[in-house]
Design a binder for this molecule. Structure first.
Ligand code: DGY
Length: 331
């Protein structure tokens, strides 16, 4: 039995991931894994650096920074990293590539869930639902009033998508039912195949800002997109427009956003992602009525989180066997 044990590949899992993924790992007969057995807090960095020593594989979530220090601590056995996320801004891709470590991630399985939440956040922001429930239960609800709590509607609007990918398309497909007049998008290059699915027009970054009644950020966070949404963008937007971000907080300059929201340069913002996370409760953005902030829940449905954990587990096992992963990041 001991000899059998030693043929199993060693894996560390940085979080108590949803049951599907753990079951797949447990029943694989391929790996022995240790787990940071909590979902309440990330594994402390010191503990993580200890635990990864000599492992063959690593399963992580977006709270773990996978950088030179971590990879050095893990050492040369590490062959596969599998992150339970579609985002990969927490990974030093260059370092991983240099060391020949293969990387799995979890696109597609969360697209519908993220799109659904983005629509919910957009409507919550544009129709001022948080303000409205607050007024209703705190005595602000007087008589029916003609312009009280009015917002902006999707009917006949122009919706702009910054970074058109799977998620942007899925958002547009849903919003089309709200009688949106026009979809436009900006990206590093036109994406005719995806754009064709939603009949979206490719425009410049400036035009996206100027024409969008609703602007949804759907791009990955990279050095090129860091704080791409700044005062330059906000100053070109209409005073009636709504800004929505369900990608990564780092694409937004939050001081500039605060300025734009508090001076009425734009009408409102809905954010599922911020810098840092969690956003401190005394952060100025929390003082604004026209800013709706969610705690990074776009993919948070039971079905989707289980699918993400299963995909992360399967990517890991395939990678450790030297086979193509279901979803592998090209490095
Ligand atoms: C991701 O997958 O990158 C999301 O931010 C969490 O689902």
């Amino acid at each position: 039995a001991l000899r059998e044990m030693s043929t199993l590949q060693r894996v560390y899992v940085t979080r108590q991931i949803p049951p599907e993924g753990l079951r797949i790992l447990r029943e694989s007969g391929q790996v022995q894994f240790e787990l940071w057995d909590s979902d309440d807090a990330p594994v402390p960095r010191e503990e993580l650096l200890q635990k990864v020593r000599g492992v063959d594989g690593l399963v992580c979530v977006l709270t773990e920074k996978i950088d030179t220090e971590l990879l050095d601590a893990a050492g040369p056995n590490l062959k596969v990293l599998s992150t339970m996320s579609v985002g990969f801004d927490h990974l030093s891709l260059e370092e991983l590539k240099k060391r020949g470590i293969r990387v799995g991630y979890t696109p597609d399985v969360l697209t519908d869930s993220v799109a659904e939440l983005t629509v919910a956040l957009l409507l919550t922001t544009s129709r001022r639902l948080i303000e409205a429930t607050h007024e209703a239960k705190t005595g602000g609800w007087g008589t029916w009033r003609t312009l009280w709590l009015c917002g902006h509607e999707l009917t006949n609007s122009t919706v702009g998508i910054l970074g058109l990918g799977r998620i942007g398309v899925a958002i547009a497909e849903r919003l089309a039912a709200f009688k949106v007049k026009k979809f436009i998008y900006a990206d590093v290059a036109p994406r005719p195949e995806l754009a064709g699915l939603i009949n979206a027009e490719y425009v410049s970054f400036d035009e996206l800002a100027e024409r969008s009644d609703f602007l949804a950020v759907c791009c990955a966070l990279t050095p090129e997109t860091k704080e791409i949404c700044n005062k330059d963008l906000f100053s070109k937007m209409k005073s009636t427009s709504i800004f929505i971000n369900t990608s990564r907080g780092g694409v937004v300059n939050q001081e500039d956003l605060y300025e734009a929201l508090s001076t009425g340069q734009i009408a409102g913002a809905g954010l599922d992602v911020t810098v840092p996370e969690p956003l401190p409760t005394d952060h100025p953005l929390f003082t604004l009525k026209n800013c709706v902030i969610l705690p990074h829940i776009a993919s948070a449905s039971y079905t989707t989180r289980n699918a993400m954990s299963a995909l992360a587990a399967n990517n890991l096992l395939l990678g450790l066997r030297g086979e193509p992963m279901i979803k592998e990041l090209k490095l």
